[in-house]
Design a protein around this ligand. Structure first.
Ligand SMILES: Nc1ncnc2c1ncn2[C@@H]1O[C@H](COP(=O)(O)OP(=O)(O)O)[C@@H](O)[C@H]1O
Ligand SMILES: [Mg+2]
Length: 586
């Protein structure tokens, strides 16, 4: 379940979802008109059949026959046009409404506090954006109209049945449930098996994907024969389910033929007697069979879509919940103006625990000042709270107590985007997106000129390797920068931060991923980036700590010691230990 503070009833959710249809009243009207029109024409075809038989054939008049055939053809043309209109507008509605809904949900999600995505697995959110939306789309773009059409056909068909012949109608009222109920029960079983069969096929696909994706490991360990065996098993399981499904399906078809045709036969027998005895005409009987088939199939269709409508109601509920999830990190209604930022940050008695682990204080009474233009290195054992401090500076989370002030103003008083534009973040795993290199560099400033992009890349020592790529700056990066080395990615991230030109840098230094050569270039790039800016750097390298103006040693969310490298070697046993262990290897 998505944990939202709002819990809404299914009915509320459906009403909310219906709001998305409201802007398209005109299209709904077109759909309804076309729908009513086609249903009526379909129903009138029964009368056409009656006239054709009674007046056309029975009277042996060729002119009358031609007339009725022409009427019939006109009806067919009207039906075709009506069906086109209905299909087009109903499907259009489904697609349009879901496009709006998707956009709305995405626009909401992208602003939500990051904590939301920790509480709710992003996989689940993705499945909502795809599976639930697809379901809603089918329902709005076909099922509702389908149900409505069949409802009209059923009611119209029943009325015509009564008009045509009350005695036969009684026969039909008994026949329809007898025919429809077994078909429905069986149909449900077939559908369940279909779903199982699909799952089995998906698992075959997943197996192939995994094995072929790791083909070198598979072959290096001579694992092929085991994989062959396992794959064979998957395939056979899929076959067994498919076989069951096929048998049920074949039985279903047999049953449909037997029951439906049997019922029609019964009706023809009873009605035929009436025809022979002159109580009804042959045309009436034909029309009657036609209407009973329509009523029967309408009843079956309606009960088919009821299940789908129910599932769609669930999907609507989940989607609306997502849309209603409150954003816990928001700009204040009247944000304070921020004077020019040089990078003075005051952290006072900051205490914070992640919502998912409220019992552990990730930061505990942390007090620290950062002076403009200086470089402060953050060091400490893993889990000390270094990255958490960055999270709080960027207001991904709000602290439970204490405050962070930027240029003397509490960051919660500032407009969120103003606050965040004061920082450039280079994280430990450089975040690159699918797209060209220059798109990735322009991430923070889409309007930067080519010259500016190139200047940033030169400063970040990335220009040379970019130019060596087949398409230079236009080279497309795979997802997450596929195809680049760790050091190259890092330098791209640094160039991006340079281009962002923010007064304060937040750097999470990469540790072991880099070889000596890359590390040298990254170091050069970093120095370029830090020049003239206030920098907070989570440091893992001796060179970085040594060149920092001050070093803050964090431990268990607290400030353990503060000073320069030489000072701390004397004063902090934790720092001395870290220096001996962590910085030694470089
Ligand atoms: N998203 C999170 N949810 C819950 N706990 C977290 C989360 N991120 C970090 N923590 C916890 O907060 C503490 C500080 O983590 P972190 O700031 O990442 O440490 P560091 O960066 O110094 O290695 C650790 O105890 C860690 O387990
Ligand atoms: Mg960290």
């Amino acid at each position: 379940m998505i944990s939202a503070d709002t819990s809404m009833s299914r009915w509320q959710a459906i009403k909310m979802a219906a709001q998305f249809v409201l802007p398209y009243r005109r299209q709904v009207l077109y759909s309804l008109l076309a729908l009513g029109f086609t249903a009526m024409i379909t129903l009138s075809i029964g009368q056409g059949i009656r006239l054709l038989i009674d007046q056309g054939f029975a009277t042996q008049s060729q002119t009358l026959l031609s007339q009725y055939v022409i009427i019939f053809l006109l009806l067919v043309i009207a039906l075709a046009i009506g069906t086109f209109t209905r299909y087009y507008w109903v499907t259009w509605l489904g697609e349009r409404v879901i496009a709006d809904l998707r956009t709305k949900v995405f626009n909401h999600l992208i602003h939500l506090h990051p904590g939301f995505f920790e509480e709710n697995r992003s996989l689940e959110i993705q499945s909502r954006l795809t599976a639930d939306m697809t379901l809603l789309q089918t329902v709005i773009g076909s099922s509702i109209s389908f149900a409505l059409r069949n409802l009209i056909m059923m009611l119209g068909g029943i009325i015509w049945l009564f008009i045509t012949n009350a005695k036969l109608t009684a026969v039909v009222t008994i026949c329809v449930p007898l025919v429809v109920v077994p078909i429905l029960v069986y149909g449900r079983r077939v559908r369940q098996l279909s779903r199982q069969s699909q799952d089995k096929i998906a698992s075959v696909g997943a197996y192939v994907g995994e094995v072929l994706g790791q083909i070198k490991t598979v072959q290096a360990y001579n694992h092929q024969s085991i994989d062959q065996q396992q794959f064979h098993q998957h395939v056979e399981e899929a076959f067994i389910v498919a076989k069951q499904r096929t048998r049920q399906r074949a039985l279903l078809i047999t049953m449909v033929i037997l029951l439906v045709m049997g019922a029609v036969g019964l009706m023809l027998w009873i009605g035929g007697m009436d025809v022979i005895e002159g109580r009804i005409s042959a045309g009436e009987l034909a029309a009657f069979v036609f209407y009973s088939v329509i009523v029967g199939s309408a009843v079956a269709s309606i009960s088919e879509v009821v299940g789908e409508l129910q599932r769609a109601a669930g999907a609507a509920e989940r989607t609306m919940e997502l849309l209603q999830a409150p954003n816990r990190i928001q700009s204040p209604t009247t944000p304070q103006a921020l004077p020019s930022v040089s990078g003075n940050i005051t952290i006072e008695h900051l205490a914070f625990a992640y919502p998912s682990r409220p019992e552990v204080l990730a930061l505990n009474d942390l007090t620290l000042t950062i002076q403009a233009g200086q470089t402060l290195a953050l060091v400490g054992p893993s889990g000390a709270g270094k990255s958490t401090l960055f999270d709080l500076l960027l207001r991904f989370f709000d602290s439970q107590s204490g405050s962070i002030k930027l240029e003397g103003i509490d960051i919660r008083q500032l407009d969120l985007s103003t606050l965040r534009s004061c920082f450039a973040l280079v994280s430990q795993n450089p975040a690159l997106f699918h797209g060209s290199i220059s798109d990735n560099l322009r991430y923070a400033r889409p309007d930067a000129s080519d010259a500016e992009v190139e200047a940033a890349a030169i400063a970040a020592h990335a220009h040379d390797f970019i130019c060596a790529l087949p398409q230079g700056y236009a080279t497309l990066l795979g997802d997450a920068g596929l195809g680049l080395s760790g050091g190259q990615k890092q330098r791209l991230a640094i160039a991006r931060a340079l281009l962002a030109n923010a007064p304060i840098l937040l750097l999470d230094e990469a540790t072991s991923a880099l070889d000596a050569q890359s590390e040298y270039w990254v170091q050069q790039a970093l120095q370029e980036l830090m020049r003239g800016r206030t920098t907070l750097i989570i440091a893992h390298r001796l060179a970085t700590v040594q060149s920092a103006d001050r070093i803050a040693v964090l431990n268990h969310g607290r400030l353990d010691a503060l000073g320069t490298h030489t000072e701390l070697l004397q004063s902090s046993s934790l720092y001395a230990r870290l220096a001996a262990l962590q910085f030694q290897s470089q």
